[in-house]
Ligand binder design. Structure first.
Ligand SMILES: Cc1ncc(COP(=O)(O)O)c(C=O)c1O
Length: 438
């Protein structure tokens, strides 16, 4: 190709040395490594959109509280595996303030990132009923969750939600729940990678069916409050972050600190178990655990053997952040809204150069601007497009690895700096020149 900026021979050598059987279908971490190698070999700085790393400094209140706790000597003490009481109290306040739900602090548990919360939840939920063997993913999704099920040996079922929005979701979910084999469902809201956001009507459908078929809903709120079309950031004031917790008692909320508070490095998140679910007795749990009570089993049966709790100083950090957010002193949306602003400019550059947004609508509305968006180019499959764009110094991940049934790419808006957006636009224009649309 005439306008590529990474020499063909260099790129192909790096591709070959990587040993990856299909570049376009590589995982996020594999792409990251490949692009590091491409940058080294070609001396071209890539526009990097593959990894969902926060592109902002960590929430300062967290840093301060964490340092202070370390200086006081907290590092030598094992944390309580239920979580620090003052943190549990702030998590309970947080979900009241920003989702408008009441949860006993007892059932608000810190975890080692939301990844551990999900792992512990899959493990526990898959054992509540011996007839229920399978996790359902409302896709597209974050493929590490599937990896967790794979290593746990838990069967999975998935479907791409794009074709089943609104009332159509009811029939689809019901047809799967009716089989009687689903123990739990996971989805992220806003959705990674498509940035689709469920409406209250859809969450109500999910909640009602969860109650009817006795299924546990794991709601992954990794991008809490980041549907920037609404402002969910004022404590105790509507509108609130939409959640299935309003519509069923069978819920576990997984709220990451990584993106909303830019605290990914300390691996700290919140697991919030609905009070009724936490108290619920599941006799089949006895096959693996000493107790039949769900909440007790989650903490003393699953989290205890996994990590014996969560880093003490990181708990202080989260406490510091939540306290300032709950007190209305720190508005995290003011920081993270930058992702939405960049998304708007980036999408404009893609569209101006003949690209299309793949998940382009959220029911009747155009998809919101946020942490991720998806794109495609006429005539290209996702994996093929990903590989081809590497020659133009642009990296991202293919939708193939997200459970999507659509062809395209996921772009993350976090790492790119504002001043790099014109560079992205130039490279997209070079790509378009080499691949003119008919
Ligand atoms: C949808 C989703 N869930 C969970 C996570 C992981 O969260 P944590 O860093 O708290 O483990 C991510 C991270 O990218 C994500 O995109």
């Amino acid at each position: 190709m005439e306008y590529n900026i990474v020499a063909k021979e260099i790129a192909q050598k790096v591709f070959k040395d990587s040993g990856l059987p299909n570049i376009g279908k590589a995982s996020i971490r594999e792409i990251k490594k490949l692009v590091d190698n491409l940058e080294n070999a070609s001396k071209v700085k890539f526009v990097r959109m593959e990894m969902g790393i926060p592109g902002l400094p960590p929430a300062q209140k967290g840093v301060e509280a964490q340092i202070e706790s370390l200086q006081k000597g907290i590092a030598s003490l094992y944390p309580d595996i239920e979580g620090m009481p003052i943190l549990k109290q702030e998590i309970s306040r947080f979900v009241k303030n920003f989702i408008d739900i009441d949860v006993n602090p007892k059932n608000c548990i810190p975890t080692v990132g939301s990844m551990q919360g999900a792992f512990a939840s899959f493990l526990t939920c898959s054992r509540v009923n011996k007839e229920k063997t399978t996790t359902l993913f409302i896709d597209p999704g974050f493929n590490v969750h599937k990896l967790q099920n794979k290593v746990l040996g838990i069967p999975m079922e998935t479907f791409d939600v794009y074709e089943y929005r609104g009332e159509k979701l009811r029939d689809k979910l019901e047809s799967i729940f009716k089989t009687g084999k689903i123990h739990s469902v996971l989805y992220s809201n806003p959705n990674n990678p498509s940035w689709v956001c469920f409406t209250d009507e859809e969450l109500k459908i999910i909640g009602e069916l969860a109650t009817k078929y006795d299924v546990i809903i794991m709601e992954d709120l990794a991008y809490f409050g980041m549907d920037f079309r609404k402002d969910y950031s004022h404590p105790g004031v509507a509108p609130f972050q939409p959640s299935v917790a309003k519509y069923t008692d069978n819920y576990i909320l997984l709220i990451s600190s990584s993106k909303a508070f830019s605290y990914a490095g300390e691996r700290i998140a919140m697991m919030v178990i609905g009070d009724k679910l936490a108290e619920r007795e599941y006799p089949d749990l006895k096959r693996y655990y000493s107790s039949t009570k769900f909440g007790y089993t989650m903490i003393y049966g699953t989290i205890y053997p996994l990590s014996s709790g969560t880093s003490h100083s990181a708990q202080y950090a989260l406490w510091g952040i939540l306290k300032s957010v709950n007190d209305g002193e720190y508005n995290f949306r003011d920081d993270v809204i930058e992702y939405g602003k960049k998304a708007k400019l980036m999408k404009e550059a893609f569209i101006a150069n003949g690209f299309e947004i793949v998940y382009d609508h959220d029911l009747g509305d155009p998809i919101a601007d946020g942490f991720y968006f998806t794109y495609g180019y006429p005539g290209f499959g996702g994996a093929e497009l990903l590989e081809e764009m590497l020659y133009y110094g642009i990296s991202a991940i293919s939708l193939d690895i997200t459970g999507s049934t659509r062809q395209g790419i996921r772009a993350c808006t976090s790492l790119i700096q504002r001043e790099e957006i014109p560079v992205l636009a130039e490279r997209l224009a070079l790509f378009a020149k080499d691949h003119p649309l008919k």
